[in-house]
Design a protein around this ligand. Structure first.
Ligand code: FES
Ligand SMILES: [Fe+2]
Length: 446
């Protein structure tokens, strides 16, 4: 039985029970209590620029459609026909004047209200097409932060800005890097799937202690290459990225930080000290970009923006993004031991096209299933899935850094350095709070 007390007993300050990653009953409860209440990232406004534009996605396992309705309002509606339950919208993205179910032709307005029903004369006399129960129902709360759209199935709860807290600065960091102050999703989507729990993904994205082992084969290969392997420069980014993954522990423990904030959010500091990868370091590669930034924002603001150094920012429970190379990943839980991740790239409006080429090169390096980085991580995710399905060891250690974590100036906590597992502890603290409706806190959590 999954009482608050039982759930609390599974999450301890320095360890967590394997049940959280492989118990189907816990997974079902997570869909209700976490994905069914929290603000869930659903898409970006640039994907639905005009009335009628739509983007199909999921809140937890529930299919939904992000759409700009005829009045220009952003809506998130359940992608389910009120007749016999079929998915209504089957394309990933598109433009429509109305949505029509391809089973028996029930037709809906863009905001989900029922518009027309074939054979309506045949329905019982009290059948009312205006009854809200005959609509594709709306997700009650939808809100954007500077173009990033979130939806919550809870009628009440914290505002999006309260939920995000200091993490808004990571979104700002991505947007402020655009000379025109706007970004747009571009270049398609890369998808990958693995056979393990959804929580594993966010746990890896801020894990500074794994590259040296997990990515060693590509690090060693990169160390043997010259800087330039492709004339267009894309190989150069790959090689330098791999080499940075091979930085020694002394670097991760002195130069890189990890910061955490309420509701399970966190970000890892940037670990690059390579001018080819960090615009603020003023490599010739970035000359035109910096000129475009300075023209629009002035020198001081350009300097301020480009000196922000963050690697991955995790917004719990379903988003991880990276402002430096404009990457965004959305986590879709499928089953307790099955997860799908969709990854997107953003174009910085007003930046030279070469910047976007770098973004795409970087996406192929870290988010492509044929890449030298993701293939290693996918193997690890699957191994974790397999390992945790064994009943050998019950508890997982998450205590690294527990005794040295520190307060942060913005109401959070940070690790003494990037190898602290504080971000996992904080995600689990948020997990427990969601799962017990705030009735249980982790004992003596850092
Ligand atoms: S299920 Fe959609 S019209 Fe019948
Ligand atoms: Fe990795």
């Amino acid at each position: 039985m999954l009482s608050a007390q039982n759930l609390a007993s599974l999450v301890q300050p320095a360890r967590v029970h394997r049940q959280l990653y492989c118990d189907p009953a816990i997974f079902e409860l997570e869909l209700q209590r976490i994905f069914g209440t929290a603000w869930i990232y659903v898409g970006h406004e640039s994907q639905i620029k005009k009335p009628g534009d739509y983007f199909r996605t999921f809140i937890g396992r529930k299919p939904v459609v992000l759409v700009r309705d005829a009045e220009g309002e952003i809506r998130v509606i359940h992608n389910q026909c009120a007749h016999r339950g079929s998915l209504v919208v089957a394309n990933d993205t598109g433009h429509a004047d109305e949505f029509q179910c391809c089973y028996h032709g029930w037709t809906y307005h863009l905001d989900g209200r029922l518009k027309a029903v074939p054979l309506q004369h045949g329905y019982p006399r009290d059948f009312d097409p205006k009854n809200p129960k005959t609509a594709m129902t709306q997700v009650p709360r939808v809100k954007s932060y500077r173009g990033f759209v979130f939806a919550s199935e809870a009628e009440d709860g914290p505002s999006l800005e309260d939920f995000l807290g200091h993490m808004t600065t990571s979104f700002d960091d991505m947007i402020d890097r655009a000379p025109d102050g706007e970004i747009e999703i571009a270049g398609g989507v890369l998808k990958h799937a693995y056979d393990a729990n959804w929580k594993i993904y966010l746990e890896n994205l801020c894990d500074a202690a794994h590259p040296w082992f997990t990515h060693r084969s590509s690090i060693e290969a990169a160390q043997q290459q010259s800087d330039k392997v492709h004339s267009d420069g894309s190989g150069e980014i790959a090689i330098r990225q791999m080499r940075q993954n091979g930085a020694p522990y002394s670097f991760w423990e002195s130069q890189v930080g990890i910061w955490t904030y309420p509701n399970g959010h966190s970000y890892l500091g940037d670990y690059h000290d390579d001018a080819k990868l960090v615009a603020a370091m003023n490599d010739p590669l970035f000359r035109d970009y910096i000129a475009a930034m300075e023209e629009k924002k002035g020198r001081a603001e350009t300097r301020r923006v480009l000196e922000v150094r963050r690697w991955n920012s995790n917004v719990y429970p379903n988003l991880s993004f990276m402002s430096q190379f404009q990457q965004l990943r959305v986590v879709h839980p499928i089953a307790v031991n099955r997860t799908v991740v969709h990854t997107y790239s953003f174009r910085l409006k007003g930046a030279p096209e070469r910047m976007f080429r770098n973004t795409i090169s970087f996406a192929n390096i870290v988010n492509g299933t044929g890449s030298l980085v993701l293939t290693d991580d996918l193997e690890i995710y699957n191994r974790i899935g397999m390992g945790l399905s064994s009943e050998g060891a019950e508890w997982i250690e998450i205590g690294r850094g527990l005794e040295s974590d520190l307060p942060d100036a913005h109401g959070g906590r940070r690790g003494k350095n990037s190898t602290s597992e504080i971000y996992i502890r904080k995600m689990l603290q948020a997990w427990l709070s969601y799962m017990t409706n705030g009735h249980s806190q982790m004992r003596a959590a850092s």
